[in-house]
Design a protein around this ligand. Structure first.
Ligand SMILES: C[S@@+](CC[C@H](N)C(=O)[O-])C[C@H]1O[C@@H](n2cnc3c(N)ncnc32)[C@H](O)[C@@H]1O
Length: 318
């Protein structure tokens, strides 16, 4: 598809700005972007538009702006994900399996991480599975939380999930824990730039080092999005996180299955697999959804082991 064909059908608003910028940087990717948008429900497009507006606002604060994010997105797809995808197709497993490997290859490499995280930021609107999972969180998870609920996100990374939680306006205490100082700084920057207008506690904290809360410190709601696949023992992580829930509290899990990346070390093979891990950790699964990658049906994704975002709404015992 040529750039002019793309522009005839591209969305308006912030999404149009982002899709246009990425397709200008990478014209061969335009038909993927078309397919990615084509299957989205209107409600999902509306959330992607709000998220897109936040991303455009953030882009204006970084050197190189949206062009830099678009170039890093291309780097993410071609240089970071593609080699891992080739390994996965060949061997049926992720290339790395230990945190030490991921630490050496990714987390300790600041310039690499910067480009990786910039690219991932755009994936939240450009990839159908990420866009659908984000929309589920905004339109189905957050509205379930009671007025004044205490809310924690573990691994906020770029901070946009926390921003939307704060924008809901009805939550009580809001906190974010991340093991990475870079992620804490990015989250703080996002929250300051987007202006939530309220206090959010951000703490550099390794989840595994915080498994014994006092009962008065527990939360009504915890979010863990795109973190379990980065851990060697996701069931233990969920057991630890669920101790921070009040009885009957909610934990929303978003985890990709069959989704190779250099820092994905635990292979979730399906929605059922993710559900089993949550149940092993003592959580009740209230709702489970699978969102396939762009342009692919769920049947095809399952048959060919293609990437699927698994969204689980779980509850601690009452
Ligand atoms: C891929 S990012 C996810 C960002 C965002 N939640 C999303 O869904 O797009 C994973 C985040 O989890 C954090 N993380 C990894 N292991 C952790 C641990 N043991 N405790 C707390 N945070 C951790 C990483 O530093 C990173 O910021």
């Amino acid at each position: 598809m040529s750039e002019s064909e793309f522009s005839m059908t591209q969305p308006a608003g912030a999404l149009g700005t982002i899709f246009g910028c990425v397709s200008a940087h990478w014209p061969e990717h335009a038909s993927f972007l078309q397919k990615s948008l084509a299957g989205r429900e209107n409600g999902v497009v509306a959330v992607s538009e709000c998220l897109g507006a936040a991303i455009v606002a953030l882009a204006s604060t970084i050197e190189g702006g949206l062009d830099k994010l678009a170039s890093d997105y291309r780097f993410l797809c071609e240089e970071i994900v593609m080699p891992e995808e080739i390994h996965f197709r060949r061997f049926g497993s992720y290339r790395l399996t230990s945190f030490a490997d991921a630490q050496r290859e990714c987390y300790a490499n600041d310039p690499f991480m910067e480009r990786y995280m910039n690219g991932l930021l755009l994936s939240n609107v450009l990839w159908a599975n990420h866009a659908n999972a984000f929309a589920y969180y905004v339109t189905r998870y957050l509205p379930r939380l009671p007025m004044g609920a205490h809310h924690l996100e573990i691994g906020p990374g770029h901070g946009l999930f926390l921003h939307f939680a704060a924008a809901k306006g009805k939550l009580g205490r809001i906190a974010g824990w991340d093991v990475s100082p870079t992620s804490i700084a990015k989250t703080r920057h996002a929250l300051d730039t987007l202006g939530t207008g309220r206090e959010i506690e951000l703490i550099e904290q390794d989840l595994f080092a915080a498994c014994s809360p006092r009962s008065q410190d527990r939360f009504d709601s915890i979010v863990m999005s795109e973190i379990l696949e980065h851990l060697e023992d996701p069931a233990q992580a969920l057991r630890c996180a669920s101790r921070w829930l009040k009885p009957g509290g909610l934990l929303w899990i978003n985890v990709p299955a069959n989704s190779p990346a250099p820092d994905h070390i635990y292979l979730f093979e399906s929605l059922d697999h993710a559900q089993r891990i949550a149940e092993e950790a003592g959580l009740e699964v209230v709702d489970a959804r699978a969102f396939p990658m762009s342009g692919v049906t769920i049947e095809r994704a399952v048959k060919h082991r293609l990437s699927v975002s698994c969204s689980l709404l779980t509850r601690a015992p009452a």
